[in-house]
Design a protein around this ligand. Structure first.
Ligand code: GPP
Ligand code: MG
Length: 284
């Protein structure tokens, strides 16, 4: 697909989000982790940290913790990609809210496929495209400064779509209408997201703190399933990743790159008001 150059008409809210990422994309928690192996993620981690890193000699402990946080973030993206099953080199994938391209680059490395990613952050789109050029994969992996609610991609041309912690910035009914349009029948959608547990009522104070930290709007868990059902996307697997991500946040709390949002995440995960969910759905 050619780069989408169409003028971006952003709402005031979207302009605010783009401005947030202009400043925070390169925060140490993202930059120091990205430098570990050149793969830049904008999502959290899962899995068990090596307990040795927290006991490493003081002079190297912080770097060991950073390496481990990065390994757990990469493990999260690997789990997401595991959900797609066989993807052929000629298939096209779509990364909704691609950040600096980490998951897209991993998808291409794994499947040899085409990937288009979209972000409304110019800083992120430019960085991600530079990454693709440096890796010599820019014929297959392209990042667009564009709104994922209106992709401009042809109907039914995409084999798999994912959102890796990006749905809290959009109306998911609008998003899934667009995803259902671009996905081929039988194509998969994978979402990893933080959502609030509306079985327990409204958002907790910790979840409201997360919203204001990232300028986002964490959705209720049930909203996802209503929006999927409304758009012909049938859940085939739902996994609560909360127990797998808590150790990442505990480790992040010990690192020099902690951003200040660690305690609200830990409180919300521990009291059950917030869940780290993976939903896999198929387009009927
Ligand atoms: C990850 O990005 C976070 C988001 C995209 C937004 C909020 C996600 C929720 C699950 C609520 P990041 O890696 O840039 O964040 P940080 O700088 O905190 O590591
Ligand atoms: Mg990060």
């Amino acid at each position: 697909m050619a780069p989408i150059t169409q003028e971006l008409a952003l709402s005031d809210y979207q302009k605010g989000v783009a401005a947030y990422w202009r400043v925070h994309t390169t925060d140490p928690v993202n930059e120091e982790l990205g430098k570990v192996d050149g793969l830049y993620h904008h999502h959290y981690g899962i899995g068990t940290p090596d307990p040795a890193v927290s006991r490493a000699p003081w002079a190297i402990r912080n770097q060991e913790i950073i390496n481990e946080l990065h390994r757990l973030e990469t493990a999260q993206a690997d789990l997401l990609l595991d959900q797609f099953g066989p993807i052929k080199p000629e298939d096209r994938l779509f990364d909704g809210g691609c950040g600096r391209g980490g998951t897209s680059i991993m998808a291409h490395a794994r499947f040899g496929c085409h990937v288009d990613g979209m972000t409304i952050s110019e800083v992120q789109a430019d960085f991600a495209n530079q990454q693709a050029v440096e890796r010599g994969i820019d014929s297959h992996v392209r990042f667009h400064l564009h709104d994922m609610l209106h992709t401009g991609i042809d109907d039914g041309s995409i084999s798999a779509v994912w959102t890796n912690e990006t749905t809290m910035y959009v109306d998911v009914f609008d998003l899934y209408r667009e995803f259902a349009r671009i996905l081929r029948p039988g194509g998969r959608y994978v979402n990893i997201t933080g959502c609030y547990n509306d079985v327990l009522g409204d958002k907790s104070a910790a979840v409201r703190t997360i919203d204001s930290h990232y300028l986002c709007n964490v959705h209720a868990r049930s909203t996802y399933f209503k929006a999927l059902a409304a758009n012909g996307l049938v859940p085939v697997k739902v996994v609560d990743l909360t127990p797998l991500t808590i150790p990442y946040w505990e480790l992040r709390m010990q690192s020099s790159v902690r951003s200040g949002i660690e305690q609200p995440f830990l409180s919300a995960y521990r009291d059950g008001s917030f869940q780290y969910l993976m939903i896999v759905a198929e387009r009927v």
